[in-house]
Design a protein around this ligand. Structure first.
Ligand code: GCB
Length: 603
């Protein structure tokens, strides 16, 4: 599946704006025919946006079930003889689509796009009513999982992850027109032979072998540097300009499908030439050891929730650049396609994560106020969950495999990983990821409950990713003891001979709270906590990265350990720096300058 584009042969129409919206409180929508499009008592809803902060009734905000969206669209009259489809970038967590009352299709999973063929259901020039029923209920089968429990006042949605379950149409919705004989998919695999870039292109087309596929690769100035033809071809780029961390040099690949001299379809793809390799305890990009600095993040902002918004995204990138971060992890779900494209352009290195978060029901239950459950059982996380998990791995890799910014797949965040059951569940999923992309390393993020020696999944990973909160959840307030225990644990992992990335470490911090004798929650403590962690990392060669939790404060469910959300941001929720941000900036800019062998910029 290809992202919609405007090219010589393709068109797209963004359907963003105010749609009609109705929460199906009584679960009567289908019975009452809301799918036909006349949504009774509808209110206006922004698309894209999370709906939750735009309704002020607490019951509406916390609602779980069906959310109905409807809009009227006109199919452009020039779209005769085209394949017309609907491309939905993100419907959290599943959706069913009707057009003029006819069911067109559905999709499971909230953070990855889906495309539905509308060709037989529409007439160019005509107006039609588009209805999308979004469902935000989390179950033991969904990724991420959740459960509906009986509460004193009725059923309640619980989940096992630490961010608010925002829902809605979070990213753009598109109508697209493509030629019927078309390019369906493109895979680019990169290699390097000395300073020659090897760009292997595999193109899938909708029909007939006798059609010709022509490839042209141009540099950033638009000059052609290589060309080729065929559905499988290798382009060689002498004296190649590499895509590098912090310098996202992109070529553009133009793929043209022709029938004799007639152009049938055209697609353009940015291409970054870079290699990724794990060698011993090193993580190499373009053959050079790479040290990750940066954050675990969230797509999260006041009012709009998980909406993709270009301006807010640019502010996040500006914060990352200011602080000297070279990388992020898309914790805990795939981010918008615009984000991935901008990472490619700016040279931001990305650890790309599936939405599999909270697959540790014992801990999740305790932390988030639910009863405890066994993680893996016939009634909880089971084969159905595993099938959905395999599906999101395939869909994520299929969506993001051509992004040079992506250097590592994370197939889950903090799952149960110390039991035999976890091996049964995860071993096939590692295989699934490797099959979908044999070119990149694969890992998962380990949590504190499965320390070195107890974790049974690390054996399947190319890179060890650790989330640790020594000095916060463990040894709270005692940084000296934390430093000792953390160093001891990390030395154990270092003995395994794989690179280690610290994917989370952080301390909740209330901006504005200052203390001379620094205690947890103060701005001073956050800085001292980060300083302590840095000392630990600097003493262990196998540590090849540090990603602080979190770039910014973010919304969570209500809880006694959350103050208006999770406050581990180095920036506030509106992206202003806390005290520690200045210290971190100094550390990372100095490190960057040392790597580049230049003088570090002054403050
Ligand atoms: C974690 C989770 C992350 C939480 C964080 C915390 O280990 O991966 O989702 O937000 O801890 O702050 O507790």
């Amino acid at each position: 599946m290809l992202r919609p584009q405007d090219t010589a042969t393709r068109e797209r129409k963004r359907l963003d704006g105010l749609w009609d919206f109705r929460i199906d409180r009584d679960g009567v929508g289908v019975e009452q025919g809301w799918q036909d499009g006349a949504l009774p008592e509808a209110r206006a809803m922004a698309v894209p946006a999370s709906y939750n902060e735009l309704v002020l009734d607490p019951g509406d905000r916390e609602f779980f079930g069906d959310l109905w969206y409807a809009t009227t669209v006109r199919i452009p009259r020039g779209w005769q003889d085209q394949r017309i489809s609907l491309y939905v970038e993100s419907a959290t967590h599943r959706a069913t689509v009707w057009l003029n009352g006819h069911e067109i299709g559905s999709h499971e999973g909230g953070y990855l796009p889906f495309e539905l063929d509308l060709t037989d259901a529409v007439e160019p020039g005509q107006e039609c009513r588009l209805v999308i029923k979004v469902n935000n209920t989390l179950t033991f089968a969904s990724i991420p999982p959740g459960v509906v429990e009986d509460g004193p006042t009725g059923p309640r949605q619980r989940y096992f992850h630490d961010f608010y379950n925002y829902a809605g149409l979070h990213r753009s919705v598109w109508l697209t027109a493509t030629p019927k004989a078309r390019i369906e998919d493109v895979l680019v695999v990169i290699g390097l032979d000395a300073d020659t870039g090897l760009v292997d292109v595999r193109t899938t087309t909708s029909e007939a072998d006798e059609l010709r596929t022509a490839l042209v690769l141009s540099d950033a100035d638009g000059q052609e540097v290589a060309s080729g033809q065929g559905s499988q071809a290798q382009l060689r780029v002498p004296a190649v300009e590499l895509w590098q961390p912090g310098r996202g040099y992109l070529y553009e690949l133009t793929i043209r499908l022709t029938d004799r001299d007639q152009l049938l379809d055209e697609y353009r793809l940015p291409v970054g030439v870079r290699t990724v390799e794990v060698r011993g305890t090193q993580f190499l990009i373009n053959g050079e050891p790479f040290y990750f600095t940066g954050f675990g993040m969230h797509e999260d902002h006041a009012i709009v929730g998980k909406q993709h918004n270009d301006a807010l995204m640019l502010r996040d990138f500006a914060c990352l650049e200011w602080i000297g971060a070279n990388s992020i992890r898309t914790s805990h779900y795939p981010y918008s396609e615009e984000f991935m494209e901008h990472a490619d352009r700016t040279g931001l290195v990305v650890i790309d994560e599936t939405p599999a978060v909270g697959l540790n029901l014992g801990i999740g239950g305790g932390l988030f106020g639910s009863q405890g459950y066994p993680t893996f059982s016939a009634e909880t996380v089971n084969e159905k969950t595993q099938a959905n998990h395999a599906q999101v791995i395939r869909e994520l890799i299929n969506r993001d495999r051509n992004h040079p910014s992506v250097v590592l797949w994370s197939i889950a965040n903090e799952p149960e990983s110390h039991t035999e059951e976890s091996v049964h569940y995860f071993e096939p999923l590692f295989a699934e990821a490797r099959k979908a992309d044999p070119t990149r390393p694969v890992g998962f993020v380990n949590m504190m409950l499965a320390r070195h020696g107890d974790c049974r999944l690390a054996q399947f990973a190319d890179v060890i990713m650790l989330n640790r909160y020594y000095g916060w959840y463990a040894f709270t307030g005692d940084l000296a003891a934390a430093e000792q225990a953390w160093t001891a644990e990390l030395n154990g992992w270092a003995g395994d001979g794989k690179p280690i990335i610290i994917t989370e470490y952080g301390a909740d911090t209330l901006d504005g709270m200052h203390q001379l004798i620094a205690q947890p929650w103060s701005e001073e403590y956050q800085q001292q906590y980060l300083e302590m962690n840095s000392r630990v990392f600097d003493g262990i060669d196998a540590v090849v990265g540090e990603q602080v939790w979190n770039l910014a404060d973010f919304a969570t469910t209500a809880g006694i350990i959350r103050v208006g959300g999770n406050r581990k941001g180095v920036f506030t929720r509106d992206r202003e720096p806390k005290l520690a941000a200045h210290w971190l900036r100094r550390r990372w800019l100095d490190r960057k300058a040392a790597d580049a062998q230049v003088e570090a910029p002054a403050d």
